[in-house]
Design a protein around this ligand. Structure first.
Ligand SMILES: [Zn+2]
Length: 426
């Protein structure tokens, strides 16, 4: 049976993969199919990305719209963190479903096969790889087997975010998941360099060390894959990231601005609810067809910190649903200025009252900025020839690529299986 092994180094920007900091990924890039024009989805947040990698669909179709989302649980719209361990259940209770499209885990389960994911990022990002429990998902906040059966603590994943936890997760992934259990789809989601990138300047010694840690864990998985499949035929090996990062410029308190402009009744009101997503924000309306949508849009057009804005039917162009409570999505202005460590790219962010910390000068993502939309993707084994692909690829292409390798249908996905050979130069 063919197998697919997927490793995600959270937040690792393609241009920060250097010989000095990521010697293994630099070398792997030379002997893999390297997708040089690879992009994230919008919002470029980890939880949205996880759902898009799992379903092969854009947020418009899988329905998970950010790291935060507004839900009406009976008392009007309230912004919630998707990352919390209970968000999956609250979403299911409020809307009757989780993701709107089947995941890789569900598709391989229907074929009698298994998917296992180990994720050292937020519980929300982990659980939305397989929210309905078709396979196994391991996360420090709680691990689940098929049917969402909670696993006993001794079978769980008692680690912390950061390099040390990622090392333990990688050990277990290589020995237990790849070596002994051998599922059709195995996913390892590392917390670095995202975790350090959110707490230190990009390109600082600590951030570069976090990149080196992720590089060394990717190497260990690659060595395990090579030992299991020396010819590189049965195992499709996919290594990438979910998005990149920009450096935080100013923090905008959008709630406060809307209240001051007379467009929102007060803090916590549900007439218009801001769901902050780093360098992006999604605005939900109690009356999505009401006049407030256009009033808020006109106000935002006057704000010099706004980058791009999508309103109503225009949301489709951003890969977001139209006709839902969420009626306005915006990115904050990004620019190419380098930070003190020479890493280019800044963006303003929207203040997140659920996590109100000052992260000026640290890494962030969520929008359409050039660097946050610059994840990397390397594919080897399974018939992929080494070489650089310059055509556009996206996170949504990973699931159909894995399914093709497994000889399973990838019907109803937005993404497409990636080409195994680079286009011949003209
Ligand atoms: Zn991420």
């Amino acid at each position: 049976m063919n197998r697919a092994v997927i490793v995600i180094c959270d937040s690792l920007r393609a241009d920060l993969i250097t010989e000095a900091d990521a010697p293994f990924l630099s070398e792997l890039a030379r002997r893999s199919a390297r997708f040089a024009n690879h992009t994230s989805v919008f919002p470029s947040t980890t939880r949205t990305s996880a759902a898009s990698i799992a379903t092969g669909c854009l947020p418009a179709r899988h329905g998970l719209l950010g790291n935060t989302m507004a839900l009406d649980e009976g008392d009007g719209l309230v912004c919630l963190s998707v990352g919390k361990p209970d968000f999956r259940d609250r979403l299911h209770r409020a809307t009757g479903r989780t993701l709107h499209r089947p995941t890789l885990a569900e598709r391989v389960r229907r074929a009698g096969e298994t998917a296992i994911a180990i994720s050292n990022v937020s519980p929300g990002a982990a659980y939305f790889l397989d929210p309905d429990g078709f396979g196994w998902v391991y996360n420090p906040a709680g691990s689940f087997g098929p049917g969402r059966r909670p696993l006993p603590a001794e079978e769980g994943l008692a680690i912390a975010k950061g390099a040390a936890g990622d090392d333990v997760a990688t050990d277990r992934f290589c020995e237990e998941m790849l070596g002994r259990r051998a599922p059709a789809v195995a996913t390892l989601w590392l917390s670095e360099p995202d975790y350090t990138g959110h707490h230190t300047p990009l390109g600082s010694p600590a951030h570069r060390q976090a990149i080196a840690g992720a590089d060394s864990n990717a190497r260990r998985v690659a060595e395990t894959v090579r030992a299991l499949d020396p010819a590189g035929e049965r195992i499709l090996f996919i290594v990438g990231s979910d998005h990149g990062m920009e450096t935080v410029g100013e923090t905008i308190d959008l709630d406060e601005l809307l209240i001051a402009a007379g467009l929102k009744r007060g803090p916590g009101s549900s007439d218009v609810v801001v769901a902050p997503n780093g360098s992006a924000a999604l605005l939900y309306f109690a009356d999505p067809a009401g006049g407030l949508v256009a009033e808020v849009a006109r106000f935002l057009e006057t704000q010099d910190w706004v980058g791009r804005m999508f309103v109503g039917p225009d949301l489709e162009a951003a890969g977001l649903p139209t006709g839902a409570a969420m009626q306005i999505a915006l990115t904050l202005k990004a620019d190419a200025r380098p930070n003190p460590h020479g890493v280019p790219g800044h963006s303003h962010i929207v203040r997140d009252s659920l996590e109100p910390k000052d992260c000026t000068g640290f890494g962030i993502h969520g929008g359409f900025g050039r660097n946050e939309q610059r994840p990397f993707l390397l594919v080897s084994g399974g018939g992929f020839a080494p070489g650089t692909h310059h055509g556009r690829s996206s996170l949504i292409d990973i699931a159909p690529t894995a399914l093709r390798h497994l000889d399973l249908p990838a019907t109803g996905m937005d993404g497409q299986a990636l080409p195994r050979y680079p286009a011949r130069a003209a």
